[in-house]
Design a protein around this ligand. Structure first.
Ligand code: NAD
Length: 494
């Protein structure tokens, strides 16, 4: 039996096999393959072609569950035909909840900032499984669709703790939370609140928070202001690509998706079909992702040696065709050979990576879980039902609607308190300037607040039944308080 650590390997589609081959060449030259055993995990085009719409073969799933680690190249997502994005499927199925990306200026890679002499070196930690990426979407009325944005307290806690732990290991001083809690007070508000709370366990780290729009401007003006930014999924996705642009593009941005049991290391760019098979693709992003993986499993010394060889290669002017630079570009393989030839050398124009002594695998594969883990953050919370938001499709004016809804709610414990349209109050007060869509949020609250606690959800469901007799109901959300705090937002103007 091999004493090496096994890692599932999926070279990917398009340029994937070429850049993976280049990375393996460097790994081999650096002695990494004495410690790691890469096993083929079939996924991507070749699996989609068999009619498997997940694009991931069962044996690949088995291998990932066994090893808990996968190193992958880019995968194509079939357009149409029901094929799903393999990347999103892997992250979500295996609970790889944190996406870590490192953005750093590289010698020989010319950018606006390198020309201005401003070094860029920061990390983005993006929550990876929640938010609008749940893809929970419905068409509710003729004219209105919705996307349900779920943010959970344990999901926030996991990603915040991962960020602080990683900042610690990397020797960073400051961690920022990027958010839009000024508008999305409950969802982004929870993300920020948990960040602050978990941060209390890391007193030696400085914490800051920044609204997402300001963050984007700051990153473009002063990227050196940040060391690490933690963000919810969609905002993190956008900021990650913005950050990649600061350091020369997606070809230089490594990515790791870390979970408690399974972690995925991958290049962030796609399959580059326009250059596939030509031997000209840049393997840097995949190589840097591989270096995060080496550090993750304990091969920190090898990672630093390879990193220094890469920096030395780039500063010496050896580059692939996608990089602006002097001299003729080289192909993928020649670039990898140049890195291999520079192993043991350090860069002269930038700070070299510190080569420590940790050069043995230090990683335990977590056991396969027997059942799904239920995560809890808040327990023993006292909840009380206060009413319901009932959403209806209707062409009526707010006044007409209010009259009919009030009649329908007669002799129930609930009174109509508000009608909103796309989140703006249009009844009892509002402006005739507010344009309406065919989707109304009708808020019913207990006539006697003292009854809160005496009622469960059933009276709200009864009310729903009465409203549904007269209106086209499209969705329903109970209104609750949690330990006495209101668990719902107010409409704009309410
Ligand atoms: P892409 O990243 O493949 O290509 C965009 C441009 O960047 C192209 O001009 C390409 O030649 C260039 N490029 C990308 N990587 C390069 C590299 N390593 N070296 C040199 N040039 C490089 O994006 P796309 O064209 O929008 O997507 C193509 C396919 O990749 C799609 O099927 C998409 O779904 C998939 N995709 C996969 C991933 C992933 O697996 N992580 C990510 C993004 C896109």
């Amino acid at each position: 039996m091999s004493s090496k650590l096994t890692i599932a390997l999926a070279p990917g589609d398009g340029i994937g096999p070429e850049i993976m081959d280049a990375v393996m060449h460097v790994f081999d030259a650096a002695g990494v393959l004495d410690h790691l055993d890469f096993k083929d995990a079939p996924m991507g085009d070749r699996v989609f072609a068999t009619g498997n719409t997940s694009g991931i073969a069962d044996e690949a799933i088995d291998l990932i569950e066994d090893t808990g680690l996968i190193f992958k190249g880019p995968m194509g997502t079939p357009v149409g035909g029901g094929g799903k994005s393999i990347n999103v499927t892997l992250r979500k199925t295996f609970g790889a909840f944190a996406n870590l990306r490192h953005f750093q200026s590289l010698p020989g890679v010319e950018t606006v900032f390198s020309r201005a002499g401003v070094p860029v070196d920061f990390y983005v930690v993006r929550e990876n499984v929640e938010d609008t990426y749940g893809g929970i979407e419905h068409r509710l009325t003729n004219d209105v669709v919705e996307c349900l944005r779920l943010i959970s307290a344990p999901g926030c806690d996991q990603v915040a703790r991962f960020a602080f732990e990683t900042a610690h290991k990397l020797g960073l001083k400051t961690v920022h939370c990027g958010h839009k809690a000024n508008i999305m007070k409950m969802t982004d508000g929870l993300f920020l609140e948990r960040f602050k709370l978990i941060g209390e366990d890391y007193p030696d780290l400085e914490k800051g928070d920044v609204i997402i729009d300001a963050l984007c401007m700051n990153l473009v003006l002063r990227p050196d202001k940040y060391e690490m930014v933690v963000l919810p999924n969609l905002q993190g996705d956008i900021v990650s690509d913005l950050a990649a642009g600061l350091v020369g593009g997606l070809g230089f941005a490594p990515s790791a998706n870390i979970g408690d049991r399974v972690s995925i290391f991958e290049a962030v760019h796609g399959t580059a079909p326009d250059i596939a098979g030509k031997g000209v693709a840049n393997p840097t992003s995949l190589l840097l992702s591989g270096l995060i993986m080496l550090r993750h499993v304990g091969l920190a010394k090898q990672a630093a040696i390879i990193n220094n060889a890469l920096l030395r290669t780039l500063e010496s002017g050896v580059h692939t065709g996608d990089v602006k630079g002097d001299g003729e570009p080289v192909g993928t393989r020649a670039f990898a050979e140049a890195i291999a030839a520079n192993l043991g050398k350090t860069p002269e124009t930038c700070v070299p990576r510190v080569v420590g002594t940790q050069d043995k695998v230090d990683h335990t594969t977590p056991p396969r879980p027997q059942t799904n883990r239920m995560m809890h953050t808040f327990e023993n919370v006292v909840t009380q039902h206060l009413g319901a938001d009932i959403y209806i499709e209707s062409p009526l004016s707010p006044l007409e609607l209010a009259e009919k809804l009030q009649r329908a709610a007669e002799h129930t414990p609930f009174a109509l308190t508000n009608i909103s349209n796309r989140g703006t109050q249009v009844w009892p007060s509002g402006s005739v300037y507010t344009e309406l869509a065919d989707h109304h949020g009708c808020r019913f609250e207990l006539r006697d607040p003292a009854m809160a606690g005496a009622l469960g959800v059933q009276p709200c469901v009864k009310l729903l039944g009465r409203i549904a007799e007269k209106f086209e109901v499209v969705s329903f959300t109970p209104l609750k308080s949690f330990d006495g705090a209101r668990g719902f937002s107010l409409a704009q103007g309410q």
